[in-house]
Design a protein around this ligand. Structure first.
Ligand code: COA
Ligand code: AMP
Length: 630
């Protein structure tokens, strides 16, 4: 079947399409129907079925005779170590951890936070929760204690599973002090913590609260898979919104398993027994969907990579892993490719390896600029597939469906909508615009299985954030256009979210930190173009009258505060002090205009600007730090 046939099959009969996809996974009680629309615009999928996600990821492959196949390969150029875990080993490790969690009182519906680096135990912790029907929430290791505390208070976990440390090149990141601090800051206290002690850092455990990973599991009964309803929350993953309070994206179990299983074959061209590698982190949605769950649902081998594209030890790391583990499909972020290209413009390190297993490279997380795509195509001689999606959707909205057929690649476009997604570009009034016209990218409701049904404990925020702007549609927060051939182009965000090295960050959260400095009267954070990271944050500070501190000192202090309170991943390093910020007459800060000035781009004078002279002051200040063409 062609892509056109598959998309038309979905459009003509979505119910039949998704019931057929649902028949390809294991259910304890099969669903009677796919879509539950009684509470529209809040939709659910497969709510009357019963299943277990861990069973679908692990046990069913052992039953099917794949017990001796590798499920996970851990490759860590930072520790110079390699480890393979078969499906059979994974089953017994996960059952044992789940049994120990259950013995300590973790039950179906309880929340468990996981704060771990790129080690297989992170996936095992996720799967152990799934086995019990407990709802996990993985927090990225690059986030600081305050961010962890916010998440603890929002999802009120019964337990936290963490590692003693993460490893960044040349640096041990001690997780335990961050965890202890977060628990101290949070109002909610977990009943207990499980700590994976790594040999690089042995953490001090709190008597009675903390248990070491191995001794915790000693002598417990392994747990079997607990059936849950199709609409049982599988996990919560926090993502950046416009304010400092992150959004807890909820993923329901049934739709998640069905949709991800569908994508492995049809988008990524992966079958059971193949090796799939997503070089991301379990703390992001790419890690949830394509390091942990989808490759395992499909019976493939997934790679857990603890390293960086460059410097661990050189820009050939990607090639070494593809060669040594016979990777068939490789998924990374454009920023990682730009990092390799910057150090090795001829790609000679990667090309030194035997890459004949590789059939395609997938890029997502940020816009894939045509230069980057062409560079990979030229050097690796395989299709390079940009695809567009978000934490909220959990799987690709728009892609080139490599597993169905490779459509002509158009550089700069992630290609065409996947079945389940009716993608439209709307004007401000919510009307579809003609082809080629820029507008807000929206998805006609209902969204397909596997996408977010709501935000954790925040249905009203869910409605306001995504459903209210364009009734009948989900608002993606991205702007773009669709061309005459139906290809989508994503051009920018419509909100104050920025994308730094493929990481989605909230400028609002950074502004909250800046404004808490005693010498800061007012502030704004924008994203400015960066040749490596896509964007980096830039902070504008207006100091209080009579402030004795120098602009340099305040700048240094707020940089330190963002690192301490949000985390190093924010990559917040640059500030500029200005007299005043450009605003509309109603007091709204003109962040988009400031960003255009910083990037040295032309801009239209906003009709509602209060005092146009402020823009000249901003330009002069930016030129003083070498921006805005200075
Ligand atoms: N735990 C603790 N700290 C972390 C961390 C983690 N898991 N991940 C990143 N950090 C720290 C880094 O050490 C760095 O700290 P520093 O300021 O002390 O140097 C900071 O956060 C910024 O990290 P990063 O964004 O990774 O920048 P970098 O300069 O170290 O590396 C790239 C640049 C492009 C190589 C890197 O960003 C990369 O590989 N990006 C791919 C992104 C990706 O996979 N995104 C997922 C979406 S698909
Ligand atoms: P996240 O939720 O962290 O995955 O970030 C999702 C956001 O990243 C999207 O809404 C886009 O703004 C951006 N993004 C992700 N993939 C792409 C892509 N292929 N092209 C353009 N932007 C992308």
């Amino acid at each position: 079947m062609s892509y056109q046939d598959v998309y038309a099959a979905w459009k003509n009969d979505p119910e039949a399409f998704w019931m057929e996809a649902a028949s390809r996974i294991d259910w304890m009680t099969p669903p009677g129907k796919a879509l539950f629309d009684e509470r529209a615009p809040f939709y659910e999928w497969f709510s009357d079925g019963q299943l277990n996600a861990c069973w679908n990821a692990v046990d069913r492959h052992v039953e099917a005779g794949r017990g001796d196949q590798l499920a996970i390969i851990h490759d860590s150029p930072i520790t110079h170590s390699y480890r393979g875990i078969t499906y059979r080993d994974l089953q017994s490790r996960v059952a044992s951890l789940a049994g120990a969690l259950r013995a300590k009182g973790v039950e179906k519906g309880d929340r468990v936070i996981i704060y771990m680096p790129m080690v297989p135990e992170a996936l095992e912790a996720m799967l152990a929760c799934s086995r019990l029907g407990a709802i996990h929430s993985v927090v990225f290791g690059g986030f600081a204690a305050h961010e962890l505390a916010v998440r603890i208070d929002d999802c009120t976990p019964k337990a936290i599973i963490a590692a003693s440390c993460g490893l960044e090149p040349g640096r041990i990141v001690q997780y335990k002090p961050l965890l202890d601090r977060a628990i101290e800051l949070a109002d909610h206290k977990p009943d207990f913590c499980v700590i994976l002690q790594r040999e690089q850092e042995v953490a001090k455990l709190v008597e009675g609260r903390d248990f070491a990973w191995h001794s915790f599991q000693y002598g417990v009964e392994p747990a079997e898979c607990v059936p849950v309803a199709g609409n049982h929350p599988h996990y919560i993953l926090y993502t950046s919104g416009t304010t400092g309070q992150p959004k807890g994206v909820v993923r329901h179990t049934g739709g998640h398993v069905v949709a991800l299983n569908w994508t492995m074959k049809n988008v990524y061209g992966i079958d059971a027994g193949d090796v799939f590698w997503a070089a991301s982190d379990v703390g992001w949605v790419v890690g949830h969907s394509y390091i942990c769950y989808a490759p395992l649902f499909a019976g493939a081998t997934t790679i857990v990579f603890e390293g960086k594209p460059v410097g661990t030890p050189d820009p050939g790391t990607f090639g070494r892993i593809i060669q040594n583990h016979k990777v068939k499909s490789f998924f990374t972020a454009p920023t990682a490719i730009r990092a390799v290209k910057r150090e090795d413009p001829e790609c000679s390190y990667i090309k030194d390896y035997n890459l004949k297993s590789l059939q395609a490279v997938f890029l997502a997380g940020e816009r894939a600029d045509p230069d980057t795509v062409k560079w990979v195509e030229e050097h690796l001689q395989v299709p390079v597939i940009d695809h567009w999606w978000q934490t909220e959707t959990g799987w690709p909205i728009v892609a080139n469906p490599f597993g169905i057929e490779l459509l002509p690649v158009k550089h700069g476009s992630p290609s065409v909508p996947m079945p389940g997604y009716d993608v439209q570009v709307l004007d401000e009034a919510g009307h579809p615009v003609p082809a080629g016209t820029l507008g807000a990218v929206a998805i006609k409701l209902p969204m397909p299985p596997g996408t977010l049904p709501t935000l954790w404990n925040a249905e009203e925020r869910f409605r306001k954030s995504y459903l209210d702007a364009f009734p009948g549609y989900y608002e993606t927060g991205d702007a773009g256009y669709i061309d005459d051939d139906g290809y989508l182009y994503i051009m920018a965000r419509t909100d104050d979210v920025i994308n730094v090295a493929g990481h989605r960050l909230s400028t609002g959260a950074m502004e909250e930190v800046l404004s808490s400095h005693p010498d800061v009267a007012e502030c704004a954070v924008i994203g400015v173009a960066d040749p490596l990271k896509g964007q980096t944050p830039l902070g504008f500070l207006c100091l209080k009258k009579g402030s004795a501190a120098s602009p340099e000192q305040v700048g240094r202090e707020v940089v330190r505060m963002v690192r301490d309170q949000i985390g190093p991943v924010a990559a917040f390093k640059t500030t500029v002090v200005v007299e005043r910020l450009p605003k509309t007459r109603s007091g709204k800060i003109l962040r988009a205009t400031m960003a255009r000035i910083a990037d040295g781009e032309d801009f239209k004078m906003p009709a509602t600007i209060d005092d146009p002279a402020v823009l000249d002051e901003i330009r002069t200040a930016l030129q003083g730090i070498g921006m805005a063409g200075g």
